[in-house]
Design a protein around this ligand. Structure first.
Ligand SMILES: Nc1nc2c(ncn2[C@@H]2O[C@H](COP(=O)(O)OP(=O)(O)OP(=O)(O)O)[C@@H](O)[C@H]2O)c(=O)[nH]1
Ligand SMILES: [Mg+2]
Length: 418
């Protein structure tokens, strides 16, 4: 195995309460990228130096530190303009990257499916493009340049720019072909009128573990998904069929989020996240043993809004409760995927939320439409009462939206249960 990259983390400490957590998270991101953090350097400041992020004395200190610690890379974790990052790159030997590039590196290493690979490549190219644009803007600003005095270098960069944009368009076309196929599969699932719940949450909260725990709890030992103590272990969406209290639903495991997730990535991962955006219920999993769990839960909700899933009902789940000594009154369901605690309540709540108000309808379905009953078999309770020469008398109960499709053959609506 290749030697681990030796990384120095650089920060500007703005004096915010979350600074310490942020540093810790960047350390974890490095670990996830397979790098070793050999040093941390920070400068307390209200704002970043517009040219080099750090002030000049600190930059010299960073250069010396790189030599002494034989660093291969510097990750500047404060949000600096790309032009600053590229200026720093001209000033020191090791490569200087921003946090977005670090996250992109992790995604690049983890991407397995064609879809994930395409999504990551698009995000990387978009990041390069925005870095390039910002650098270009900074340069022409410094020079006071106008369109009239473009040099040869600028013309060359414009062609690189155009080439990158064309490549992004090609990749997006490929991605669209894959997502169209997936949408067809999704449409087939929808036609089968089966309800869908998506597990979403901060990375490492235990989303994949929750899917596995539910599988185990409902008696399915096989078809487990990978769970791992590492940020961004899951990049592709997995889906499993769950049967609980004579009801069925689909449960999706999705990619996790972090604070300040690069917008290029959120955009590119729209296809993967569309499972969540189209779900009937979002299960927002947080790690209750994490001191920052409230903030992380909010970040997940904000990201869900960003992808257009802000209107979907949310069930909050507080996982890893086995690690919490002093439990709180959680506004949701406390569970442990490790011990199985709380899973009964969770499943009960999921089915209640997925199948809320129920309708019971007596119908006479003609024999040539009997196939309709097949479509509802996963979601509805169907009891055959009688038959005659033209069709069947059935009692159908289930969610109003689904029972409604049998309205043309309704004899009467019996009662409504809440
Ligand atoms: N003690 C304890 N550990 C848990 C529990 N649930 C999950 N874990 C651990 O937490 C780590 C992360 O779990 P995953 O299920 O991979 O987390 P994830 O949310 O899918 O993470 P990403 O795919 O990276 O977004 C693993 O080491 C799990 O074993 C729990 O209830 N209790
Ligand atoms: Mg996972």
């Amino acid at each position: 195995m290749a030697d681990k990259k030796r990384v120095i983390l650089a920060f500007i400490e703005y004096g915010r309460a979350e600074d310490e957590h942020y540093i810790e998270e960047c350390r974890e991101l490095c670990r996830a990228a397979g790098a070793e953090v050999v040093g941390i350097i920070s400068q307390r400041s209200r704002k970043a130096d517009p040219h080099t992020g750090f002030r000049s004395g600190k930059v010299s200190e960073l250069i010396t530190m790189c030599q002494e610690l034989e660093a291969d890379q510097v990750i500047f974790c404060s949000d600096l303009p790309p032009a600053v990052i590229s200026r720093l790159n001209t000033m020191m030997e090791p490569e200087v990257l921003d946090r977005t590039s670090l996250i992109l590196q992790i995604f690049e290493q983890r991407a397995r499916s064609r879809q994930a690979k395409l999504q990551v490549e698009i995000a990387s190219l978009k990041h390069t493009l925005s870095s390039y644009e910002s650098e270009h803007e900074a340069r022409s600003h410094e020079r006071g340049g106008t369109a009239m005095n473009r040099g040869a270098g600028e013309m060359r960069s414009t062609s690189v720019h155009r080439h990158t944009e064309a490549r992004i368009r090609d990749l997006q076309k490929d991605l669209k072909r894959i997502s169209d196929r997936e949408n067809e599969a999704e449409d087939r699932r929808k036609r089968n009128i089966i309800r869908r719940a998506a597990i979403v949450g901060y990375t490492n909260a235990g989303k994949s573990s929750l899917l596995n725990a539910v599988l185990r709890h409902t008696g399915i030992e096989e078809r487990r998904v990978e769970e791992k103590d590492m940020l961004f272990a899951t990049l592709d969406t997995s889906v499993r069929r769950i049967r609980c209290r004579s009801r069925e639903f689909l449960l999706y495991d999705t990619v996790g989020f972090v604070s300040r997730l690069p917008h290029e990535l959120v955009e590119a991962f729209n296809t993967t996240l569309s499972a969540a955006a189209q779900a009937d219920l979002l299960i927002n999993v947080t790690d209750a043993s994490d001191p920052m769990y409230r903030e992380k839960k909010e970040i997940t909700l904000a990201t869900m809004q960003q992808i257009g899933a802000g209107d979907i009902p949310v069930l909050s789940v507080y996982n890893k409760i086995d690690l919490v000594r002093e439990r709180e009154e959680y506004p949701g369901i406390a569970v442990s995927c490790l011990t199985g605690e709380g899973l009964d309540t969770l499943l009960e709540q999921i089915t209640e939320m997925l199948y809320p108000a129920e309708v019971v309808m007596n119908c006479h379905i003609p024999y040539d439409r009997i196939g309709m009953l097949d479509r509802g078999r996963n979601t509805l309770r169907i009891i055959v009462l009688d038959r005659d020469e033209t069709g069947m008398y059935v009692k159908i109960s289930g969610p109003r939206d689904f029972v409604r499709i049998f309205r043309p053959w309704m004899i009467n609506e019996e009662r409504i249960m809440q």
